[in-house]
Design a protein around this ligand. Structure first.
Ligand SMILES: Cc1ncc(COP(=O)(O)O)c(C=O)c1O
Ligand SMILES: N[C@@H](CCOP(=O)(O)O)C(=O)O
Length: 513
């Protein structure tokens, strides 16, 4: 029997209906356009946290956390353990997400949570290795005794500003009964990111380079999910963080790094998270709501600062002017996962803890966003958000300056090289450290990608240092080899849903899966 944290409802729903974990994960986006959430966040006691969980490996911790959100009637203990083990066996670090402690020495307590040790060198691997295995598990179970013609096939359609795409492709390449279509904005991702996505040979993978922005790609993906007929014909699945399983898998590293930073005891901890689609930091919000005693979650944005502006003004406002920054994976104007946070805030501060009312409030806000391009929330919602979150906006100039400063100032290890997204986080963390002036606080800044993925920004920042060499100091052999491989991609000359649907259908026929 599933508990109330093991069933899922849509953020826009005014009905009592809930879905199972499998239904929420396979469906991806709710049919009303909302995102799936567990209406009840499970609570973990301090005794469990500091006497049990603090002693667990990453994999054991992932199992304990996921168990709370997935009923054992859907996935048994032994099956879940295998899924977790397989998902993290592909990482280059035995710790999966190691914490580089006190990188600037002992005065600042600045720790960097390295999330880039998976197959595609980006934090998305932590979730997408798991999601790939989960899709395979559900499909195999469903298809095992069916004749070929009746087998369920999943058509995964995702949008990327660079990293989700390759992580999804590496999570799903060669998997049975799944095809993967990844849309990315032409010319707006780094050359290595493009090489990672387009050099994969597996026939179930196709990249679509779309003339437009990431937001255009994300809108097309959401429109495809909303297209009932296309969806029924092709069984569309989601790998973007609209898929709840993405958020779930990311919760683990908040607990794991907290224990590493404090030595397994309760302490003062702030997490600083370079944010775009709000998926990464939302996992931190779940960890905090589950009982992890986190002081604050700091949203660090680049010049595309809708989240920072929201926390300051209460306005959530769509604009067409996306800035092309040095941290392109965060060049996002509409942050999908923010809707999940808004649901919890609406329920607590406007709906008297009523799930159904919360759904209709959120639905109303997003209708305003569609029709008027913006909505504004009440002060009590902003005040509620500020209890858990702070925000900082970081410019391009500050991004390169911070990469250079960390290279110069780091002592543990010395000459530490960070990517521009990580730099946005560390710049924000340094500002907060200066404001707090409290050396009992641990600052965990999330490092979301390996610097090799963003050669231009890293070289612009470090080229002036004698002895620095990108090839020697940054570029792993595995990524270096990609430039010699043949590329496979399809251009879509306009950001248009019908064009994309036609491309998907054409390629599906060729794939003959
Ligand atoms: C390298 C990198 N950093 C940060 C982010 C922002 O994460 P989120 O979209 O979950 O806020 C992304 C992508 O989203 C990314 O690829
Ligand atoms: N920055 C992301 C954008 C997509 O976000 P997602 O987390 O919702 O998949 C990327 O790298 O593609």
């Amino acid at each position: 029997m599933a508990s109330s944290s093991q069933v899922y409802r849509s953020t826009r729903s005014s009905s009592k209906d809930t879905k199972s974990f499998e239904e929420a994960v396979i469906q991806g986006l709710a049919s009303d356009g909302g995102l799936f959430i567990p209406p009840v966040i499970p609570q973990v006691s301090k005794d469990t946290l500091f006497n049990k969980w603090s002693k667990l490996s990453f994999q054991e911790l992932a199992f304990e956390i996921m168990r709370l959100y997935i009923s054992s009637s859907e996935i048994s203990d032994s099956e879940l353990k295998v899924l977790v083990e397989n998902s993290y066996s592909t990482f280059r670090s035995s710790e999966v997400t190691p914490l580089a402690k006190n990188i600037t020495g002992n005065k600042e307590n600045l720790h960097v949570l390295e999330l880039f040790h998976g197959p595609t060198y980006a934090f998305k691997d932590v979730a997408l290795q798991f999601v790939g295995n989960l899709f395979e598990f559900f499909l195999q179970r469903h298809n095992s005794n069916l004749p070929e013609s009746e087998k369920k096939k999943l058509t995964v359609v995702g949008a990327t500003s660079g990293d989700t795409g390759s992580a999804a492709i590496y999570g799903l390449r060669g998997k049975k009964d799944v095809s993967v279509f990844i849309l990315y904005p032409t010319g707006r991702i780094s050359p290595i990111q493009e090489e990672q996505m387009t050099t994969v040979e597996d026939k179930n993978v196709q990249t679509l380079s779309v003339k437009g922005t990431f937001d255009n790609c994300q809108d097309i993906v959401k429109a495809i999910f909303g297209d009932k007929e296309f969806n029924e014909r092709h069984n569309v699945g989601a790998v973007n963080s609209i898929n709840w399983a993405r958020i779930l898998a990311q919760i683990t590293y908040y607990f794991y790094s907290y224990f590493k930073a404090t030595g397994g005891v309760e302490g003062k901890v702030k997490f600083v998270v370079p944010s775009g689609n709000f998926g990464d930091i939302l996992a931190g919000y779940f960890a905090k709501q589950m009982g992890l005693p986190v002081e604050k979650l700091v949203i660090a944005t680049n010049e595309n600062d809708i989240l920072d502006r929201f926390l300051k003004t209460g306005y959530y406002e769509r604009s067409d002017k996306v800035a092309a920054t040095l941290s392109p994976a965060m060049d996002i104007l509409i942050s999908s996962n923010f809707e999940r946070l808004l649901w919890f805030l609406a329920r607590e501060y406007e709906a008297n803890n009523d799930d159904i009312k919360a759904g209709s409030i959120v639905n109303n806000w997003f209708q305003q966003l569609r029709e008027q391009g913006k909505f504004q929330v009440d002060n009590k919602i902003i005040d509620g958000a500020r209890k858990d979150f702070d925000s900082e906006r970081v410019s391009n100039e500050e991004t390169t300056k911070t990469i250079a400063e960390i290279y110069e100032r780091s002592t543990n290890p010395s000459k530490y090289i960070i990517d521009p997204h990580t730099s946005v986080g560390i710049c924000a963390a340094e500002r907060i450290i200066a404001k707090d002036k409290d050396n009992t606080i641990h600052y965990i800044s999330l490092s979301t990608a390996h610097p090799a993925k963003f050669a231009d920004a890293v070289n612009e920042s470090l080229g002036k240092f004698s002895g620095y060499s990108f090839e020697k100091d940054v570029l792993p052999l595995e990524l270096k080899k990609l430039s010699t491989l043949p590329k496979r991609l399809k251009f879509v000359e306009r950001a248009d849903v019908e064009l994309v649907k036609a491309s998907i259908e054409e390629e599906l026929t060729k794939m003959k899966l």
